[in-house]
Design a protein. Sequence first.
Length: 328
Amino acid sequence: MLVITGAAGFIGSNLVADLEAIGRGPITVCDWFGTNNKWRNLAKRNIAAFVRPEEIIAFLDANAAEVKAVIHMGAISSTTAQDVDELVTWNIRSSVSLWDWCSAHAVPFIYASSAAVYGAEENSFSDDDDPSVVAGLRPLNAYGWSKKVVDEIFANRTVKQNRVPPQWVGLRFFNVYGPNEYHKDAMKSVVLKLFDAIQQGKRIQLFKSHREDVADGEQRRDFIYVKDCTKAICWFLDHPNVNGIFNLGTGTSRSFIDITTQLDRVLKRNLNVEFIDIPTEIREKYQYFTQAEMTKARDVGMAFAFTTLDEGVADYVQRYLLQEDRYR
């Protein structure tokens, strides 16, 4: 049995689809579904059991002999989250509890970290999991801080060999986009936000640059297609001797203008872009560049090619966003 937390969410539901496709399972999903359409992310899947997050440890205890791995994608994922007590409960304490359970029962543990741990950094995105390196990270918001705290706790435990699962992997996701992100509201990817604006007949708006060395719309991010994220998780499951914290991006930065250019190609539209000022409250901390350092993942053998932004946008739009059923 594979247990996936956050399984009805964006990355989690795509992971369930991939695991089902390669015959891995049975799969237990742990999540809240609420009253929106998040249930549709799993509507096509064959699920063995459903567990609420507050019941996960009791479920694991009752089924310990059958659990082959815990993949922890569940978290408060909003970078604007203000309730720090909630972040401590669901992003920090729940992660540590699952680590402890996996350590006690010798079960592999893979969890979602985030590139938000790097804060305003633009020059180095090192996924070195030495505790001193992790301690030196300076996230810009409480969400990023909660992810850094978890990375730091696990890095310290590993050095001290204190309650460590037989395999542990933390994945610092960069800018992920793709199917099944429709419930994420303000946290939707730039690709989806721009597509929705185009379909609604709105003008495309991108931020102006407030730096002389960067043109308007040429701010750059490492955009990674969600299917590559789930492929990487499956790779780690197949390589149980690989441990540590790893960046998960493509290793290539692309501009926001690049996204509009590809949407123009795929949709065959003559898109007009309007550049607007970066709000003053975030202007001084706005990142102009992110790009995952992927050497560490490549050095341990994760050799598959990542989907380019052009390929990913085309697949996302044609196979999902333009279809009556947009779900994977």
